[in-house]
Design a binder for this molecule. Structure first.
Ligand code: NAD
Length: 479
């Protein structure tokens, strides 16, 4: 397979150097080739999106919805093919990847429904014979910049609400999600989506991404990725006074109180920490435990972790696959080394049984480091979690909040008062009780506090707030 740009309804392969994509599950296998765009493709996409926006924004919500329903159907019909391609490109285990594509289908249908829903309010006027009301209007051309860890769902949870609100989109996917992005755009090209409404520009962040956020005349940027890139984008957009949203990193904590039902809790902790090989922004990377049950929980994790079998991404029996790329492998290796030198091992999954070479790690849980240690403070983005003891609920909450991030946090307890207290005081955008830190549903707002997010939310109805501007309208209909 070869990556391609889709600009103004035309397919083209940029002339940039060819980069071979290897399968992270078996690095001897080539999955396809990617050619990166230059800045000129960004400007071509900007022109196409601007032209298309005039007509697209004038179509009725119902007509735009019809196209989103078509996008959902074509994606559903090719779900298995796309899930397998993404698994081979970035290593997510096939069962999880199928779930991700299904979420994409649901998101398209959910936002299609918005084409027919009320989107304003009538506000009583103090004057006579005045009708005063609000309506939502599109922003214009939106740049969508996405990471590799959810190569289908994240683009769709930005593109679908942007389109239904009447915006057109320039999408720059992550470098190592380029093949999946190309195939997804090919599927959407089978619908009646007018030329230029959705444009795909394959490229590197530092060249194409920055041209999109710093130079192209876009009206908004929706970004998901690392905090370092997000900060750069926020600065650029603030300087140009265009709307932006940056969804960034996390260091999510699961707090386990002494009264928790450990039979139920242990599988949820493992799933939160190790599914997707720990490469979810909402992954559980700190497990904070009341001292009374610390030893008991550690022993249970030791025995349960044997079920976290590492395998090739396409192996349905694998609990997790490899990490996504050589770059990820090197980054996570540094933390694994740090853990083996500076922390004590609590639990680790069985030895790898693979014959193929790939970017694999055996999931591990460690203990014995201070709350200020890099393993407790930095986002690892791999299958490594840290266990921390807490004297009581109050200390557990302090530890939970002792991070620059604030994406997701969970509490495990049977006590309703502690549950509500935690939902009040945990500094995270998504707070959950007896639930994994990951797995927030698409119809609910998604986003973080502190350094995890830029004060907006994605998904659910919250996405409509980002992709529209509110106009206050007033008509004096009789003198
Ligand atoms: P990244 O920041 O390296 O890249 C994300 C995207 O930004 C890519 O498309 C990349 O090409 C582009 N980019 C890079 N430099 C750019 C620049 N200067 N200007 C414009 N665009 C640029 O992140 P990643 O490694 O792909 O993704 C992993 C990170 O994403 C993790 O930190 C993870 O926590 C975060 N993430 C957050 C959420 C969330 O919703 N909060 C969801 C998933 C992933």
């Amino acid at each position: 397979m070869q990556s391609k740009n889709w600009i103004g309804g035309e397919w083209m392969v940029p002339a940039g150097n060819e980069v071979t994509v290897v399968n992270p599950s078996r690095t001897a296998e080539e999955v396809g080739v990617v050619r990166f765009s230059d800045r000129s493709h960004v400007f071509a996409a900007e022109h196409a999106a601007r032209e298309a926006q005039k007509k697209w924004s004038q179509m009725t919500g119902a007509a735009r919805a019809e196209i989103l329903y078509q996008m959902a159907s074509v994606l559903e019909a090719h779900a298995e093919e796309l899930a397998r391609l993404a698994s081979q490109e970035m290593g997510k285990q096939i069962g999880e990847m199928r779930g991700e594509v299904a979420r994409g289908v649901s998101l398209l249908r959910y936002y299609a429904g918005e084409g027919m829903r009320a989107n304003g309010s009538v506000i009583p006027s103090a004057d006579t014979n005045v009708l005063q009301y609000t309506k939502r209007v599109p922003l214009g051309v939106v740049a969508v910049i996405t990471p590799w860890n959810f190569p289908v769902a994240i683009p769709i949870w930005k593109i679908a609400p942007a389109l239904i609100c009447g915006n057109t989109v320039i999408w720059k996917p992550a470098e190592n999600g380029s093949l999946t992005a190309t195939r997804l755009a090919e599927l959407f090209a089978e619908t009646k989506l007018p030329a230029g409404v959705l444009n795909l520009v394959i490229g590197r962040g530092r060249e194409v991404g920055s041209a999109l956020t710093e130079e192209a005349a876009v009206d908004a940027v929706s970004f998901t990725g690392s905090s370092a890139t997000g900060r750069q984008i926020a600065i650029a957009c603030a300087g140009r006074n265009i709307k932006y949203q940056t969804e960034m990193g996390g260091k999510n904590a699961a707090v386990v109180l002494a009264d928790a039902d450990l039979d139920k809790v242990v599988p949820i902790l493992l799933s939160g920490a190790f599914k997707s090989a720990g490469q979810k922004c909402t992954a559980t990377s700190r497990i904070i435990v009341e001292k009374g049950i610390y030893q008991q929980l550690a022993e249970r994790l030791q025995s349960a972790i044997s079920s976290c079998v590492v395998g090739e991404a396409l192996d349905p029996a694998a609990y997790l696959g490899p990490v996504a790329s050589r770059e990820q492998y090197e980054k996570v290796s540094r933390y694994v080394e740090m853990a083996s030198e500076q922390a004590a091992l609590v639990a680790q999954s069985p030895a790898l049984a693979m014959t193929e070479q790939g970017f694999y790690f055996r999931p591990m849980i460690v203990e014995g480091v201070k709350a200020t240690h890099a393993l407790v403070q930095e986002e690892v983005f791999g299958p490594l979690a840290v266990l921390l003891p807490a004297e009581d609920f109050a200390e557990a909450v302090d530890l939970c909040n002792q991070t620059v991030y604030g994406l997701s946090a969970s509490l495990f307890t049977r006590d309703l008062a502690s549950a509500h207290r935690f939902l009040d005081v945990a500094q995270a955008g998504m707070v959950r009780v007896n639930q994994e830190t990951a797995g927030v549903e698409y119809q609910a707002p998604f986003g973080g506090m502190k350094q995890s997010s830029s004060h907006t939310r994605e998904q659910g109805q919250a996405a409509l707030d980002f992709y529209t501007e509110i106009k206050t309208c007033a008509i004096k209909y009789a003198w």
